[in-house]
Design a protein around this ligand. Sequence first.
Ligand code: UTP
Length: 308
Amino acid sequence: MVETSAAKPRTTRKAVIPAAGLGTRFLPATKAVPKELLPVVDKPALEYIVEESAAAGLDDVLLVTGRGKSAMVDHFDRRPDLEKSLEEKGKTAELNAVRRSSEIASINTCRQGEPKGLGHAVLCAASHVGDEPFAVMLGDDLIDARDPILPTMLDVQEEHGGIVLALLEVPREHIKRYGIVAVENTGRTGEGHLGDIVRVTDMVEKPDPDEAPSNLAIIGRYVLPAEIFEAIRNTKPGAGGEIQLTDAMADLLKAGTPVHGVVFKGRRYDTGAKIDYLKATVLLGVDHEELGSEFREWLTDYVKTSLA
Ligand code: UTP
């Protein structure tokens, strides 16, 4: 088990959320609206991510944006006119929901002029991040709040330094979509919904399944040292002309930076592709505090009567 260091403040204080991609898998919905702002049940995907960041103690959040910048920032800003109107009408629950999103974290933004890849997006955060380790959280990768992984990743980084990755076992046919790692066991495991804590010995972006070093994929949570910025500057564009974060991390690994991974076995929802987004909506819908029981009842009936 990993010892938690909840009592003392961690050195990692900032989270970077790259949200400047084109979202081509979700067109036409993402033509004018960034995929990070698409609602999952009743709030934008991005709000779940910012909540997860704040819950792990990272309440300094940098959004890397491209188009749709103002809408993303507006969502986390106060809305005095709307608040006043809700207050006058006595709509307390709605008022609280509107206020909550502006109180979760301190939101900063920077702009990625052109979507030249995840590595390039992370590099845009260099001046905001400075010399400290920081977390990167992908806006279309939702980790269920009941199954947190970030606090354990931060503890592992605190102990070993270097890079810490969230890893997921994926089926062979999905290997081509991810950065894949080779690992060694450390003999330690996380608790409950977390699996082994491993040492990463190699990583490769979107390999052919026959050449992949394992079926452990890097998912959208990283804790990175500030040295990553120099490594990204030295990284040549790879597949699709994009500067890949995996390539920069692989260079640091080769140069001796420790890289660890925490295997995730909990509930995770990918909202970047249409089919996964549909599944996420159903899975989070049936458990929703306010809508869950009615939705579950309807869904059960629908499956029995229309899909049987
Ligand atoms: P994805 O590859 O999932 O996002 O990048 P995408 O490029 O927007 O999606 P598709 O493949 O075209 O449908 C993972 C995350 O990195 C961000 C995206 O916004 C997403 O949250 N990203 C990607 C950037 O911020 N900048 C980039 O240049 C690329």
